[in-house]
Design a protein around this ligand. Sequence first.
Ligand code: CP3
Length: 346
Amino acid sequence: MANTLKNDLLIRACRQQPVERTPVWIMRQAGRYLPEYQAVRAKSDFMTMCRTPELAAEVTLQPVDIIGVDAAIIFSDILVIPEAMGMGLSFHEGRGPAFESPIRSRSDFARLREINAEQDLSYMLDALKLVRRELNGRVPLIGFAGAPWTLASYMVEGQGSRNFIEIKRMMYSEPALLHELLDRLSDAVIDFLTAQIAAGAQVVQVFDSWAGILPPQYFQVFSLPYLRKVVDGIKGLGVPIIVFAREAGHSFDQLSEIGADVLSVSWTEDLAEARTAVGDKVALQGNLDPCALFSTPEVIEREVKDVLRKAGSGGGHVFNLGHGILPKTPVDNVKALIEFVAKHSG
Ligand code: CP3
């Protein structure tokens, strides 16, 4: 596994070391905006793709080959942990993921299986090993997991949600049960990320996509401590850690002190204000509005320059979107984005 990276811009930017230009990758870069992805997807369902290392590897490499991003992120999903715990995950076209039996009570919680990543999630570890081999050091490989709070939200709601009534009902009326669930998930995430790093992940990102649904005072209680626990659990393994606590800008200051190397900034937040809040304690990632990619190259160039200006010239910036790329995004605009980042940061 000791092959040296030909392009290590991402690693250096995560560590706030000097770079010739700003590295760029795109959250959800392996996915439905690419016709090449759709061609693979047309033949298998989503979980089959996740479980088949050759297919997962193929679509992981597509954005590296086609778009020219500075990192690969392994094709998988944050919901493979609850799936392995026995929650019966299905993906419905147009409706997103859903669990057969959501966690609403202590007896539901008691039914969750103890998991061991090496055994129960070996398909993702095999995919990582395969991608590392096929990348042959071209760019770093990113592993990832959902944050405890976001995983718990999906597990308690049973699916995506608008108002998150069920997880909040548990938070307000059964906080002890929720803390037990979050603690259990933190251990699973640490075990999974540790195994991913052993399998070849060179950077890891923790997605707390639903951090922003929490009132700030409860973010401090139900999300932040578990992000800290996860980071603590993998900190010694020598790979940069990116934390994406979406729309939790109210807590940038505390987030910058949990030991992560990089904070990923949502498009709803201002990158320059984020920098002011965190000083030079961490690198920042982000934060172009994914919808900007539905405009013209001229507009995209202007917006790229604006993000780079707000990121400042002090280094420690990873260019990305402020959330995942959307289906139907014009591929030529994504390629233009990558060129503009190189042109204006070099
Ligand atoms: O970034 C990448 O390209 C790597 C792969 C990746 C996927 N999901 C593939 C995927 C990653 C990092 C994720 C993370 C993920 N999954 C998050 C956190 C990031 C975020 O966007 O906030 C969340 C909340 C999920 C849960 C999830 N998985 C949803 C809500 C959906 C349906 C909506 C959608 O985006 O399509 C999925 C399915 C999913 N995960 C797809 C892909 C490519 C689409 C599957 C298909 O082809 O139909």
